[in-house]
Design a protein around this ligand. Structure first.
Ligand code: ZN
Length: 324
C-alpha cells in the first residue's frame, strides 16, 4: 500500500501514537528527526472523546512550530488504512471508529491511520534499524507481542488488515491460554504478561525456589517480567530458568518466522526487549544453526533503533508517503 519515500514534500509531519494508557505526539521532519514531542499525556481510557481530548492536549504541548502537512496516527488496533477506520481495538474498547476522517476534520490536514507495530516497523525501516534493506521483519515484544512484515518495500496488510499478528502464531499446540481465542500462542509464553504469569505459577509450584522472586516483588501475585529480569541478572536459579526458557521460545519463534518470510533484516523491538535485551542473545546463533540455509544466509538481526518513538516517527513517515 505504501512505498518508500523518495522525495517527500518538506515537512513537518505530525505523528500520533495512541496506546492503551497514553498518547505520544511528535512533529517529525521528512528525514525522520523529531522536532518536538510530548510523551507524558496519560488518558483514562474513558472512550473516544476523552482519548481525542488528550491527543489535542499533546499537540498543544508541542509549542509553536511550522504547521504540519499531514498527520499519521498509530493505534494499538486492527485498522483499515484505506479509510482510517479503527476496526477493533480491544484495549481501547473501540470498534469501527472512523478515526482518520474525524481527526482530519479537526486538524485540517490529511490523516493516515495504521496499526502501531506496523507503523513502528515502517519507521524503523525508513529511518532506523531497517535502513538500506527491502525485506524486513519486525518482532516487537512488550506486554503483548506484535509484528510487521515489509516485503519489496510494501507493508503486508492481509485480507482484513490483520497480517503480522506474529504474537498469535501457535508455538505449542494446546498450550498456555492466550488473551485471544487460541491456545499456545507465542505471546502466551514471551509477552510481558505471560512471563509474569509463568513466574507466578512456578513460584506457587515451588515456594522455596521462588522465595527471592516473591520477596523482591512483595508477593507472589506481584511478580512481573521485570522482577524475573532483575533476579535472572542476579543469578537466582528459578529466575534464570524462566529467562532461559523465554529465550528458547523467542529463538524457536524467530527460526520459524525467518524460514516463513526470508527477511534481510530481523528487527527486534518493544519495551520488554529494550529493558531485557539478553533474552534475544541466542537468536542469531539459532537462526544460523536452524534456519534453512538460504534464509539463514540472508538475515541480519538488529535491535530497534528508534526506541519508544518508533510508532510516532513511523506514523508521520507513512503520512508523508501518503501525502506525496
Ligand atoms: Zn493469542
Amino acid at each position: 500500500m505504501s512505498r518508500a519515500v523518495t522525495a517527500p514534500r518538506p515537512g513537518p509531519y505530525l505523528g500520533i501514537d495512541i496506546g492503551a494508557t497514553k498518547v505520544l505526539v511528535g512533529l517529525v521532519t521528512p528525514d525522520g528527526r523529531l522536532l518536538a514531542h510530548s510523551d507524558r499525556v496519560v488518558h483514562s481510557n474513558e472512550g473516544l472523546e476523552e482519548v481525542l481530548a488528550r491527543v489535542h492536549e499533546g499537540i498543544g504541548r508541542l509549542g509553536s512550530t511550522a504547521p504540519p502537512i499531514a498527520a499519521g496516527v498509530a493505534v494499538a488496533a486492527q485498522v483499515d488504512p484505506r479509510d482510517g477506520t479503527v476496526l477493533y481495538a480491544p484495549n481501547l474498547r473501540w470498534r469501527d471508529v472512523p478515526l482518520g476522517p474525524r481527526l482530519s476534520k479537526e486538524l485540517g490536514v490529511p490523516v493516515r491511520v495504521e496499526n502501531d507495530v506496523r507503523a513502528a516497523v515502517w519507521g524503523e525501516w525508513v529511518h532506523g534499524a531497517g535502513r538500506g534493506s527491502t525485506e524486513v521483519l519486525g518482532l516487537f515484544i512488550g506486554t503483548g507481542v506484535g509484528g510487521a512484515v515489509i516485503s519489496d518495500g510494501r507493508l503486508l496488510h492481509g485480507a482484513r488488515f490483520a497480517a503480522g499478528e506474529i504474537g498469535h502464531s501457535t508455538l505449542v499446540a494446546g498450550g498456555r491460554r492466550c488473551h485471544c481465542p487460541n491456545r499456545g500462542c507465542l505471546e502466551a509464553y514471551i509477552g510481558g504478561w505471560a512471563i509474569a504469569e509463568r513466574a507466578q505459577e512456578a513460584v506457587a509450584d515451588d515456594p522455596v525456589a521462588g522465595g527471592r522472586l516473591v520477596e523482591t516483588a512483595g508477593g507472589g501475585t506481584a511478580i512481573t517480567a521485570a522482577t524475573v529480569a532483575t533476579l535472572a541478572r542476579a543469578g537466582d536459579p528459578l529466575a534464570t530458568r524462566l529467562a532461559n526458557e523465554t529465550s528458547d521460545y523467542l529463538a524457536a519463534a524467530a527460526v520459524g518466522l525467518v524460514n516463513a518470510f526470508n527477511p534481510e533484516r530481523l528487527i527486534l523491538g518493544g519495551g520488554l526487549l529494550a529493558h531485557w535485551p539478553e533474552l534475544a542473545l541466542g537468536v542469531p546463533g539459532a537462526l544460523s544453526e536452524r534456519c534453512q540455509p538460504p534464509a539463514a544466509r540472508a538475515v541480519t538481526v538488529t535491535f530497534a533503533a528508534l526506541r519508544h518513538h518508533a510508532s510516532v516517527i513511523g506514523a508521520a513517515t507513512l503520512a508523508a508517503a501518503s501525502a506525496r
